[in-house]
Design a protein around this ligand. Sequence first.
Ligand code: TTP
Ligand code: MG
Ligand code: MG
Length: 418
Amino acid sequence: MTDLPLRRIAHLDMDAFYASVELLRYPQLKGLPVVIGGGRRKADEDLMLGDTSRALHEIPVAEFPLLRDYTGRGVITTATYAARQFGVGSAMGLMKAAQLCPQAVLLPVDFAQYRHYSQRFKAIITDIAPVMENRGVDEVYIDFTEVPGGQREGGRVLARLIQKAIFEDTGLTCSVGVAPNKLLAKMASEFNKPKGISVVMDEDLQSAIWPLACRKINGIGPKADARLQALGIHTIGQLAAAEPALLAQHFGPRTSAWLHAAAHGRDNSAVHTSSEPVSMSRETTFDRDLHAVRDRAALGAVFTRLCEQVAADLQRKGYMGRTIGVKLRFADFRIATRDHTIGAYTDQATTIRQAAGQALKRAPLDQRLRLLGVRVGGLLPAAEAVALAAGTRTAGSAATQDEHNSDAAQQAPLFSDI
Ligand code: TTP
Ligand code: MG
Ligand code: MG
């Protein structure tokens, strides 16, 4: 017996992601075949602009554009599970799909919206399990090993908790595989889609993994698969049993060693936490401690400069954010932070300054300050933030106000008022 926790790695993948996000604004399409593909067309403009007095969820199903009326060279990005029953799916030409399922509703791609929900579900995950690796818009790896409860039922309990938290916040469903490593977790997340949880232990290799096609191994693409097929190797079990010398002859020493290890379910790669910035901040420590009222001119100038610096950082790196925060360190080294979330993404110093001023009004300013900081979070690449702003009426995206703390504002004028 050993006290070391078992390595438990999860792969989480959203169900019919783009389509599911579209169904959040058009819930009347639930259960219907819907495909997402192509840019916005005139029919989509008519749908959105037709009668602005009604909400998106009130548009009658009969008014949505259908796949049968599509002409062009666009391809499907994804399809609802109802549409998949007709044999349509990702990467298929829209006109070809129209032959299989002409009655499907066709909606244009709105990547900014998908990015928004992508960030949201990932933030929910990292609140629960901090070691998360981004693998694209709708999937992540999560290290359950050290998370409290992460070992229960092989990870099933934590997977269920995360599924529930994501659904409650976003209305979106996902599938999770939990396994000893990333390689097996990725395969396992597909086992019970949609809304599935699959737990794979070392001893399940033979029964759960070996019957699968080699293509199910993340890293074996169509070319490698064709070469394996030519050698009579179709399943992962057959790959595991293949002579290492034969594999080496056809794939070289490195790839063949990897193929062999993968077929035996071995993978030591780490879960790499994301390098995408979630926030940008600037702060400054004062030469002498400053007082919020008596030194308000000096503090006000510093505050404005910090906002200008963060704005310049955002612009230089191409991000915009919505959650503006301030950080204070007092003479006794206590730290206080306050956030204020605004309706639209920004990278502008004046907007940041205004919002930061709002956040600051809720901070306790009874002590002298050693340090002042300004942070902009909830970042999106600027192009996507602009697209989101220019986008259509979206359901449930009204401005929100996250008030962490509602301490009464100070009576005397503060540097935030300058
Ligand atoms: P996937 O996770 O592969 O598919 P999915 O989420 O739509 O469905 P599933 O329930 O099977 O996971 O891809 C995530 C999103 O990426 C998908 O919603 C649309 C987009 N995508 C494309 O744009 N083109 C493609 O060829 C694929 C496979 C996906
Ligand atoms: Mg998916
Ligand atoms: Mg995916």
